[in-house]
Ligand binder design. Structure first.
Ligand SMILES: *Cc1c(COP(=O)(O)O)cnc(C)c1O
Length: 242
């Protein structure tokens, strides 16, 4: 079961894992870091290739595209579909949140009470239907510059959102996620986000995850304590233009 695309993905996956190991070593870290491979804009065939290569965590940032791929993989490759975990990493409209809870295994981009409540409702419904039992781990997406149009919750509003999520039956507050603002060095943004993640952990000790770092900046995210990087381009290549 090999084709040239599989070989390409395998090579880039190996290079990325080497980068992760080197970054952990450079930061003097003995622990590991989760790798979520971001497949957005790439076909479900690539998802299947990655799953066969042993990738467990896949990331998608658009609700409709993600739901279509999840359905497609379950229909065509049920064994692979059972082996992977879908990470929702992009903006969720509150009226779509309940549906996301039907297929997502982890959500990195919770940024409002409405989205959290929608996910909780959807998860409760799915559990009642026996479709997707289990509590849904969620991370709160932090907006560092307060420009919440790019997604994320402002720092001042984070504690209240965390308390709200912690009170929901079908969600588990797993940690903090950040996409650094475009201006300024990412290292400074990651350092600041890491402090916010620590504050969150103080109030909610179970919120241990810190999702930070993409293809271009994963080294500085790992230096700042990232526990989970989300890597697309470095593994799948440039996204097709739409
Ligand atoms: C697309 C995306 C990524 C991956 O970005 P690359 O630069 O392709 O590695 C990570 N996180 C989020 C939220 C994304 O939307």
């Amino acid at each position: 079961m090999s084709d040239s695309r599989t070989e390409e993905l395998a090579a880039r996956l190996a290079e990325t894992r080497e980068r992760l190991d080197a970054a952990l070593a450079a930061a003097g870290r003995q622990d590991g870091v989760d790798l979520v491979v971001v497949t957005k804009f790439h076909p479900v065939g690539d998802v299947a290739r990655l799953a066969r290569l042993g990738v467990r965590d896949l990331g998608e940032n658009r609700v409709q595209e993600a739901a279509a791929k999840v359905a497609d993989l379950s229909a065509t490759e049920p064994d692979l579909a059972r082996a992977v975990r879908w990470n929702m990493i992009g903006h969720i409209q509150s009226n779509k949140a309940a549906a996301v809870a039907g297929w997502a295994d982890r959500v990195h981009s919770v940024d409002s009470v409405k989205v959290a409540s929608g996910l909780d409702k959807g998860r409760g419904r799915a559990a009642a239907d026996g479709d997707h039992p289990g509590v849904l781990p969620v991370l709160l997406q932090l907006s560092l510059d307060g420009d919440t149009s790019r997604g994320g919750v402002a720092r001042d509003d984070l504690p209240a959102l965390a308390d709200h999520v912690a009170g929901l039956d079908h969600l588990r507050l797993a940690g903090l996620m950040v996409v650094p603002p475009l201006s300024g060095p990412p290292a400074a943004h990651f350092a600041e986000a890491s402090r916010v993640a620590e504050e969150l952990r103080r109030d909610h000790p179970g919120a241990r995850e810190f999702s930070a770092g993409m293809s271009g900046d994963l080294e500085s995210a790992i230096a700042a304590g990232s526990t989970c990087v989300r890597v697309g381009t470095a593994i799948l290549g440039p996204r097709p233009v739409v």
